[in-house]
Design a protein around this ligand. Structure first.
Ligand code: BES
Ligand code: ZN
Ligand code: ZN
Length: 494
């Protein structure tokens, strides 16, 4: 997809589809609507009236014009003018591109509203166009209609907008990073193995000028990351430990360091605590946290925040063979704590535990882990909301605020210490599961054992990482959830 900031005067705009953000206020649909209406000789008013179109958020109305320059006008509702935020353009651009693809048009032009931060709005529009135009069709050989819309103009109504080009370039980098994470998630486990994830990380490092370290199983063994080994023990595919580092120009020893740690289970069968078939259907996407971390590192290389950022992904399959971990096995973690594995399906926390110890040894100040960790978080919050467990309240607030700016949904959850006793066992320092109740919380409390002195937040993204139906710019399948929040956070103050 190509984007161009279009400063052509409106009456000279030629486009097969003019996309017009429209406010729902009666009689005051906004200047973008007024201009589009003027462009087609005032004909929109009558049609809007006749169709009873109210421009509620997300509602669209397509109008064919006989005007040669703007052949079609797509009104896209953005709700009330007083609630308008630049973020709204993500959905608008997504609707525009989906409409253009549906009609086999090769381009569209979006009228950027005058209100608010227009450069930021254009960045969101670029994101939305890429997200809405996403499709996973790598393995389809038949009946694939091509996606035709290759260009989106961002029209300013003939004026220059400061910072527009840079904002669009950033929006593009972010949109591509989310789609990259989606591709990794949607790829079948036979293709997206731990080794393939490591190769993807190498590509990111090469393209973005990041440092990269990949540990194979021999190195993971040598370093004593036994919890990771215990997850991969039953698999013929070797585990990989991925560590990318971004350093801003001029970084010194005083530059704050942030680590992003993502669960990279490329297929979760449950191990000997085997999942039922239905529970396994989405488990090629159990690397959604790792995909989000790799996606964020890809965008970070382009967005260039002021922090040192480590992207860490322990990647493994969770399968069964004669060497697989057995229920009741006891394993010594990287920080020396012993874990009795009472459920081999609670494997994500095992990978993350060793990865958190590794991050602590790097000397980072702040760490965020992301994981499709528990079904319990989906039971608690539903499929669209991620659970935010703040080891540090102020840091949790920063992440929550960034997620609101990025338009991703998180809700704070308690790390209730009273539940810690559920992890007690006479046989080891802890076991890896509690009882049924509070399952997302005990998972968080387990991780906390491995955080040491770092300022930490845990994000359980099991719900929103995968979607069972397409909705706006969120496709069915892997969503790439988390990338946008991480990038937004790192662009601001952490
Ligand atoms: N990968 C799953 C969690 C999951 C479930 C993610 C559904 C997305 C959708 C995780 O490894 C797991 O199996 N967790 C168990 C933990 C339990 C054994 C304590 C779960 O949630 O049932
Ligand atoms: Zn599991
Ligand atoms: Zn899992």
């Amino acid at each position: 997809m190509e984007f161009n900031v279009d400063t052509t005067a409106l009456d000279a705009l030629a486009t097969p589809l003019l996309v017009v953000p429209t406010f729902s206020d009666d009689g005051a649909r906004g200047e973008a609507y007024d201009e589009a209406n003027a462009l087609v000789g005032g004909r929109l008013s009558g049609i809007v009236e006749e169709e009873g179109y109210k421009a509620e958020a997300g509602k669209t109305l397509l109008v064919h014009t006989s005007d040669a320059k703007a052949r079609r006008v797509l009104l896209v509702g953005v709700g009330k003018a007083e609630d308008y935020e630049p973020l709204a353009l993500r959905s608008v651009a997504s609707s525009g591109v989906q409409e253009a693809n549906g009609r086999k048009l090769d381009s569209a032009t979006l009228l950027v509203p005058e209100a608010g931060d227009r450069a930021r709005a254009m960045g969101f529009a670029a994101q939305g166009a890429l997200l809405g135009g996403y499709r996973y069709d790598h393995w389809r050989t038949q009946n694939v209609e091509p996606l035709t819309c290759q260009r989106l103009g961002l029209a300013t109504g003939g004026v220059d907008v400061d910072g527009a080009e840079a904002a669009v370039a950033q929006g593009e980098a972010i949109g591509e990073a989310v789609n990259f994470a989606r591709d990794l998630m949607n790829g079948p486990a036979v293709e997206i193995t731990p080794t393939a994830m490591a190769e993807a990380a190498r590509d990111i490092a090469r393209d973005g000028g990041l440092e990269v370290k990949i540990f194979d199983e021999a190195e993971i063994t040598r370093r004593g990351m036994n919890l990771i080994l215990s997850v991969s023990a039953g698999s013929d595919e070797e585990a990989r430990f991925i560590h990318l580092t971004y350093r801003p120009e001029g970084a010194t020893d005083d530059t704050p360091e942030v680590a992003l740690v993502g669960k990279g289970v490329t297929f979760d069968s449950g191990g000997y605590s085997l999942k039922p078939s239905a529970g396994m259907e989405d488990m090629k996407m159990d690397m959604g946290g790792g995909a989000a971390v790799l996606g964020a590192m890809k965008a970070i290389a382009a967005v260039k925040p002021k922090y040192v950022v480590h992207g860490i992904v322990p990647a493994s399959e969770n399968l069964i063979n004669g060497k697989a971990t057995k229920v009741g096995d006891i394993v010594r973690s990287l920080n020396g704590k012993t874990v009795e594995i009472m459920n081999t399906d609670a494997e994500g926390r095992l990978l993350l535990a060793d990865a958190l110890c590794y991050a602590e040894r790097l000397g980072v100040d702040r760490v965020i882990d992301l994981a499709t960790l528990t079904g319990a978080s989906v039971v608690a919050l539903g499929p669209h909301t991620a659970a935010l467990f703040a080891g540090d309240e102020a840091f949790g607030d920063k992440i929550k605020e960034a997620s609101e700016r990025a338009g991703e949904d998180f809700w704070p959850m308690p790390l209730n210490k009273k539940l810690r006793e559920m992890l007690e066992t006479p046989n080891a320092d802890m076991k890896n599961v509690g009882q049924r109740w509070g399952g997302a919380i005990t998972a968080g409390l387990f991780l906390e054992e491995f955080v040491g002195d770092m300022t930490w937040c845990h994000l359980d993204i099991a719900g929103p990482a995968m979607s069972d139906k397409a909705d706006g710019y969120v496709p069915k399948g892997g969503t790439g959830f988390g990338v946008m929040t991480l990038v937004e956070l790192l662009q601001g103050e952490v």
